[in-house]
Design a protein around this ligand. Structure first.
Ligand SMILES: Cc1cc2nc3c(=O)[nH]c(=O)nc-3n(C[C@H](O)[C@H](O)[C@H](O)COP(=O)(O)O)c2cc1C
Length: 410
């Protein structure tokens, strides 16, 4: 069975090992310091040995479709070209870097961020279909604001082309591959999910949109490896009947493999944008920190609304308690059915766990098949930016090298 230190090929690109930094929003913005900010977030992961770094979600359009403030868009040629210093830096450390392309659709800032909406009064959310009733209810109650415009068939084609254009910019700037934000309630999930997708054109089958995005990327950016997160909406509250089951997610992964995707990252999520993607303790410090209070009030419209969102977040942390390697069973099912690499992330924390997930049988044959071909971590990188140095084995010489460079002390 492969070990964490063994190389892995994704779509013809070789990763030096099977440890990746999962996509996490860097909030580096689009200013003249964006490349530096991204570099300070991402380079330590590559420098300390991560085989692959996924840059967090990057909107494919100049305006609209941004899911959070200060995102780094991939819609401007000159700006993206300037990120080559980031890709060069990662390559100098022997690592690979993919960027995750995104459009938020109904999840965009213009639906939930009060201050952003005031500053951009003409922006309407792009939607796969009319927003489902729970979202319309939240709109009525004043917690969200929907002024959605359902995409025509021609506009769906335009949107897919924008993914292709953004991928071409990434290729020119030296990125090694593309990741697509297929989960976290973004536009791709909205196409795939029967909760959102009530269309009656060719895109009633949401995989068709991902097929089109694939074709656009291939046409405009060549053979860059293409990875996508695939959602199973197993964490959805019971009052939502139409959702993607784990069986659906497995089938979607199989179809995407046939379409030509080079790797999949299956994740168990909800139909909503909630804590199911980042299970664990309530982030008390983030909510209590005085420095952020004004920002929360601006985003949610007032201090008391921000307090309500914090309370909902606290309740969700109870429902979506930390669960070690919570996507492992789903990933294992997918891996049994596809011939492309399966990436696994979510609640993975120790080397022992990683070895088990990759199928290490040195402790005796467990009879359990490997869950994945590569393992990713997200939040641990916040606490320990040079985490790979600790997880990758010493005998490969990496540790000695890093110690000489002082990577552990920084
Ligand atoms: C602050 C934050 C930002 C995230 N941003 C993204 C993102 O841009 N795209 C994405 O697909 N997942 C995103 N995720 C999810 C992570 O990629 C990862 O799946 C999740 O954190 C679970 O892994 P972990 O337990 O190792 O943190 C984000 C998670 C966090 C905490």
């Amino acid at each position: 069975m492969p070990e964490l230190e063994d190389p892995l090929e994704i779509g013809g690109v070789e990763l030096p090992n099977r440890l990746y930094r999962a996509p996490l929003l860097e909030c580096a913005g689009e200013g003249s310091d964006a490349a530096d900010r991204l570099r300070s977030e991402l380079e330590p992961a590559a420098e300390s040995g991560a085989g692959l770094v996924f840059q967090g979600a990057a909107p494919v359009r100049e305006s609209g479709g941004r899911v959070a403030p200060s995102m780094t868009g991939f819609a401007d040629d000159e700006f993206v070209a300037g990120l080559s210093e980031l890709t060069d830096a990662v390559h100098d450390h022997g690592g690979r870097i993919f960027v995750q392309l995104d459009h938020g659709g109904l999840r965009s800032l213009e639906a939930w961020h009060a201050e952003y909406r005031r500053a951009n009064p003409d922006l309407r959310q792009l939607a796969v279909s009319r927003p489902p009733w729970p979202l319309r209810l939240l709109d009525r109650l004043g917690f969200l604001h929907f002024d959605a415009r359902v995409l025509t068939t021609a506009e769906v084609y335009d949107l897919a082309a924008d993914f292709g254009r953004a991928a071409a910019r990434a290729a020119d700037a030296g990125y090694d591959g593309i990741h697509l934000a297929g989960a976290n309630m973004g536009m791709l999930q909205q196409f795939l999910s029967p909760f959102y997708n009530r269309r009656d054109d060719e895109f009633a089958d949401g995989v068709r949109f991902l097929e089109l995005v694939h074709d656009e990327i291939r046409e405009r950016a060549g053979d860059l490896p293409l990875v996508v997160k695939v959602p199973a909406e197993t964490e959805t509250p019971p009052f939502v009947r139409r959702r993607l089951s784990a069986d659906d997610a497995v089938e979607i992964c199989e179809r995407l493999g046939r379409v030509g995707y080079d790797a999949v990252a299956p994740v168990r999520v909800s139909t909503f944008w909630d804590m199911s993607i980042v299970r664990g303790e309530f982030p008390e410090r983030a909510w209590r920190d005085e420095r952020f209070r004004e920002g929360y009030a601006a985003a949610f419209g007032s201090r008391w609304r921000a307090a309500l969102v914090a309370a909902a977040n606290r309740a969700e942390a109870v429902v979506y308690d930390f669960d070690a390697a919570w996507n492992a069973d789903l990933a294992r099912r997918v891996r049994e059915r596809v011939s492309i690499p399966v990436l696994l992330e979510g609640g993975i924390r120790t080397r022992e766990q990683i070895d088990e997930l990759l199928g290490d049988s040195s402790g005796g044959d467990t009879g359990i098949s490997p869950a994945c071909d590569a393992v990713g971590m997200g939040r641990p990188f916040y606490a320990e930016p040079r985490l790979p140095a600790r997880l990758l084995r010493e005998e490969r010489g990496q540790r000695g090298e890093l110690e000489r460079e002082g990577a552990y002390e920084r």
